[in-house]
Design a protein around this ligand. Structure first.
Ligand code: 3DU
Length: 216
């Protein structure tokens, strides 16, 4: 199902234990607009975890797909057949590689998101100087949205201006230092939050608190 803004919270479950991930997903059902899985969880628990997590909400496969078009298609197909609602790919591999992901997404009635600028400090070395071009590439290719950093609200705002009607998913809130409210004010449609939720003694409370901050 396409991602629609409700609470605007996407929870990243980078846990190495499938049962623990499922237990948190269960606690957060209805609070998170989507659950994001990345390599740590699928490598540890297997791709079957996607179907299990789907019982609790939309699942985004953050596999940062960045290969030749054919390989990208094969990866996306596996993710969608496993039940993912969306895939995240990199744009730096080029427009043909991105189009391969979008093509598979369309075939399965799913979505593809493209990384424009990452949230960690090293992103300024290679990604940031080309981020606006990556936004344009994503837009032209017909991506559902892009990934832009909550850790740099001023960049996020500039990316928002260039993103047209693409959705913006914004990681970096909490553990990486970003702020939920500032990210939304800068133009993010969703925030992606991992550690500050799943490492908390009460993940539900932290999640509700973030949702309230975004509503204010
Ligand atoms: O820092 P956190 O624990 O809140 O997790 C953030 C998640 O989002 C994690 O899965 C990471 O791989 C992903 N992500 C970024 O942090 C930054 C990006 O630019 C893209 C994805």
């Amino acid at each position: 199902m396409p991602l629609k803004p409700g609470t605007r919270l996407i929870v990243a479950l980078d846990l190495m234990d499938g049962r623990e991930a499922l237990s948190i997903a269960e606690k957060l059902e209805g609070i998170a607009d989507a659950i994001k899985v990345n390599y740590p969880l699928v490598l540890a628990a297997g791709m079957g975890i996607i179907k299990e997590l789907k019982k609790h909400g939309n699942v985004i496969a953050d596999f940062k797909v960045a290969d030749i078009p054919n390989t990208n298609s094969l990866i996306c197909r596996e993710a969608f057949m496993a039940g993912a609602d969306a895939i995240i790919c990199h744009g730096f591999a080029g427009s043909d590689s991105v189009r391969a992901c979008i093509g598979e997404a369309e075939r399965y009635g799913c979505e593809a998101y493209v990384v424009a600028e990452m949230s960690h400090p090293g992103a300024v070395e290679f990604l940031q100087p080309r981020a606006f071009e990556l936004v344009e590439l994503a837009r032209r290719a017909g991506a559902s949205g892009i990934i832009a950093p909550a850790t740099r609200p001023e960049r996020l705002a500039e990316i928002r201006r260039r993103a047209g009607n693409m959705k913006i998913l914004s990681p970096g809130v909490g553990a990486q230092g970003g702020d939920a409210r500032k990210a939304i004010d800068a133009g993010a449609d969703f925030i992606i939050v991992g550690r500050s939720i799943y490492e908390a003694s009460d993940p539900y409370k932290v999640a509700i608190n973030l949702v309230e901050q975004m509503r204010r």
